[in-house]
Ligand binder design. Structure first.
Ligand code: SF4
Length: 251
């Protein structure tokens, strides 16, 4: 797909007005130039530092070679207090052969009820964002840093993250994604083991884990619902992620 139609589909899906020069010909009005949304500089970390996931968790999970076993381990987990307040665990959803792994923060109320990540309005927006770069929801795998809902949707606590990260690490080991898209500050900071603000993490190519999987950061769709002006920056991030992926699969 070309940038113009793709950008327009994204802007339409996300409800953003297109910017078109008043004197632009009709064709240009249909395929508005991307000048209003400058490309993100494809800055690359000079020396990607893999994050030693197992070093950050209390009890390593051990090797798990089967999705069913992993799913059962998550469903029965009582490693942190979130097991007391959850309706059910939210394992993750999607194609277990996917090239793309989308990682969010934690289940919200609707996710806790339905047992699936990114449902409701934020989920619909995530679906639209993914579709804008040619990725139907079913073609990716979607998971969260935490598998259980923090009460009141508060931020995950460090001990909850350290207890739950081995499950995500096991999902990554099974999936072997070609690229990870982390949505939101909590996912980004925990995957990169940093306190840096999201603004400093966007627009760069990071790498995650022992496999050095390319990792791109963007906004959480729930944030974009509250701050629609940043949808244009999210579009830059998505284009950057898509270009990174295309480089990977063509090299
Ligand atoms: S949040 Fe993770 S570590 Fe805590 S109980 Fe749920 S599955 Fe277990």
């Amino acid at each position: 797909m070309q940038h113009g139609p793709l950008r327009n589909a994204y802007l339409d899906a996300l409800g953003i007005d297109r910017w078109v020069r008043r004197d632009a010909p009709v064709e240009a009005a249909i395929e508005a130039p991307a000048a209003a949304a400058p490309e993100v500089a494809e800055a690359v970390d000079p020396k990607p530092q893999p994050v030693p996931v197992q070093a950050r968790v209390r009890e390593p999970l051990g090797p798990i070679t089967d999705w069913g076993v992993l799913r059962e381990r998550v469903a029965g987990c009582t490693a942190c207090d979130l097991c007391k307040t959850r309706t059910q665990t939210v394992f993750g959803v999607g194609d277990t052969q996917a090239d793309w792994l989308i990682i969010g923060e934690a289940p919200g109320g609707e996710e806790d009820r339905q047992g699936e990540p990114f449902v409701g309005r934020a989920g619909q927006l995530l679906n639209a964002m993914l579709l804008a770069i040619g990725l139907p929801r079913e073609s990716v795998f979607i998971a969260n840093i935490l598998k259980c809902r923090p009460p009141g949707n508060r931020d995950p606590r460090p001990e909850e993250v350290s207890n739950c990260l081995p499950f995500l690490a096991a999902q990554i080991a099974l999936l072997k994604p070609k690229i990870i898209l982390a949505v939101g500050r909590i996912a980004a900071q925990n995957l990169l083991a940093t306190d840096a603000p999201l603004a400093r993490l966007r627009g760069k190519l990071h790498h995650f884990g022992e496999a050095n999987t390319p990792l791109v950061i963007t906004y959480h769709p729930a944030y974009l619902l509250r701050a629609p002006a940043d949808k244009r920056k999210a579009w830059d991030d998505l284009k950057f992620a898509r270009a990174t992926y295309q480089r990977l699969v063509t090299n």
